[in-house]
Design a protein around this ligand. Structure first.
Ligand SMILES: *[C@@H]1O[C@H](CO)[C@@H](O)[C@H](O)[C@H]1NC(C)=O
Ligand SMILES: *[C@@H]1O[C@H](CO)[C@@H](O)[C@H](O)[C@H]1NC(C)=O
Ligand SMILES: *[C@@H]1O[C@H](CO)[C@@H](O)[C@H](O)[C@H]1NC(C)=O
Ligand SMILES: *[C@@H]1O[C@H](CO)[C@@H](O)[C@H](O)[C@H]1NC(C)=O
Length: 400
């Protein structure tokens, strides 16, 4: 009894002393202007693929390869001597793989595992072989024995070398033959003692506010990238969002509630997608007219000036998307096939109605306004994972 407070104090100091320096990684937003016209189709195909969850058993939805024109990418060094690959950063999938564009160069850290790997993303697909190799995100973030896949065949990823899969471990289930689950890069960094927790923090900014640079923090959120309180919400129980960084949200447009749902937070999706019924209500409320050619709602200047905040209520906290946060960066209007002077809303139709446990995706358009944290907890089945959000200096920015 007497010793207890003393032990706690000692433990406290040990933790403080042992806190590792923050490990961050710069990300770059890559825009392929010739493919930006696909963003809605690509996001919708991805939504369908994620909703149906990779089965890894050869049975999969037909894939519409509408390559996404906008992605956050990071350069990753694989092997020793290392070769560098430009990978799409994704929290909606968990396998890390290379070989889409640049071929894998086996080195003396390369260990073939002779296992078949396949993952379907809805907007793309790959199959290949598993290897263990050293994966270095930076000199501090080295996963020494990381299971990766090397694609024999892929499509939907032209211009990229593959994916850095930062989603929950459970999403690897069934993707690698003879394995139930495979450690993600985050898991390996944690096991190797490079990071203290299976936590990622992601900072992005509107395209025209900072030129499309992002920052990923490993092991803990990076306080230099957010302001105010960081609020967490447990991962939703609603399947299949429960397999992802899935959350429950109420969507309010001005004073009216558009709907409730369970959906996911996803760095690999460009826009904010809402289930068709919720989207219809939003469309009606804004007065936006669906532009069939572009795939987005279009407003004139008068409607834009009357646009009300879209508030996301998440576990008691409110995240406000201002009018400016609800529109496509106007510098992309022509790329999407639109009128340079119109206003296009970045809240788009998910492509199917609510009620399937996958009612929305909060993609980059949301994450560029709020700091996000992906905490995988202790369990490998995603049951104690949580997602955090905080405001940033860009939340109310009038530049997008
Ligand atoms: C790894 O391979 C390189 C040549 O590619 C060689 O120079 C180096 O000595 C090798 N290292 C080890 C530890 O075998
Ligand atoms: C992986 O998927 C299989 C088949 O659907 C299932 O039986 C198993 O429980 C899953 N594993 C985990 C850890 O959820
Ligand atoms: C949208 O508005 C039209 C006309 O104002 C109305 O008939 C329709 O019921 C509305 N739909 C929804 C989903 O609110
Ligand atoms: C979130 O999950 C934790 C356990 O992982 C639990 O203690 C807590 O009550 C949950 N919070 C809510 C609001 O459900």
């Amino acid at each position: 009894m007497v010793a207890r407070p003393f032990v706690l104090v000692a433990l406290f100091f040990t933790l403080v002393a042992a806190a590792p320096p923050l490990r961050t990684l710069p990300l770059t937003k890559r825009i392929d202007h010739s493919k930006v016209k696909n963003i809605v189709k690509s996001d919708q195909a991805r939504a369908k693929g994620l909703k149906n969850v990779n089965k890894g058993d050869g049975e999969r939805e037909p894939v519409n390869a509408f390559a996404n024109g906008i992605a956050y990418v990071v350069n990753v060094a694989v092997g020793s001597p290392a070769a560098t690959y430009s990978l799409i950063v994704d929290t909606g999938s968990s396998n890390t793989w290379i070989g889409a564009d640049k071929s894998y160069q086996a080195s003396n850290t390369s260990f073939p595992l002779d296992e078949f790997v396949s993952v379907s993303y809805g907007s793309g697909f790959f199959e290949g072989t598993a290897y263990a190799d050293q994966v270095a995100l930076s000199s501090d973030l080295v996963a020494d024995y990381q299971i990766i896949a090397v694609a024999d065949f892929s499509f939907g990823f032209e211009g990229y070398d593959g994916i850095l899969g930062l989603g929950p471990t459970i999403l690897t289930n069934g993707t690698v033959s003879d394995f139930e689950l495979v450690d993600t890069v985050v898991d390996t960094l944690y096991y190797d003692g490079r990071i203290k927790a299976r936590v990622l923090g992601a900072a992005f900014a509107p395209l025209n506010a900072n030129g499309g640079v992002g920052s990923l923090a490993f092991g803990a959120p990076d306080p230099s990238h957010y302001t105010g309180l960081l609020s967490y919400t447990n991962v939703t129980k609603a399947y299949p969002s429960s397999l992802y960084f899935g959350i429950d949200v109420r969507f309010d447009y001005g004073p009216r509630t558009l709907g409730y749902g369970s959906g996911i937070v996803d760095i690999g999706t460009t826009l904010i997608l809402l289930a068709s019924d919720i989207f219809e209500f939003y469309a009606n409320s804004t007065g936006g007219v669906y532009d069939y050619y572009v795939g987005l709602l279009r407003l004139d200047e008068e409607q834009y000036n009357k646009l009300q905040p879209l508030n996301l209520r998440i576990n008691g906290a409110t995240y406000e998307l201002t009018a400016n946060a609800q529109i496509l960066p106007r510098t992309l209007n022509v790329d999407v096939g639109g009128d340079p002077d119109a206003y296009y809303l970045i809240i788009a139709d998910l492509g199917y109605p609510s009620g399937f446990g996958f009612d929305f995706i909060l993609g980059q358009s949301f994450l560029e306004r709020f700091y996000s944290v992906y905490d995988s907890g202790q369990n490998y089945d995603n049951t104690d994972s949580r997602v955090g959000f905080a405001q940033t200096k860009y939340s109310f920015s009038e530049v997008n």
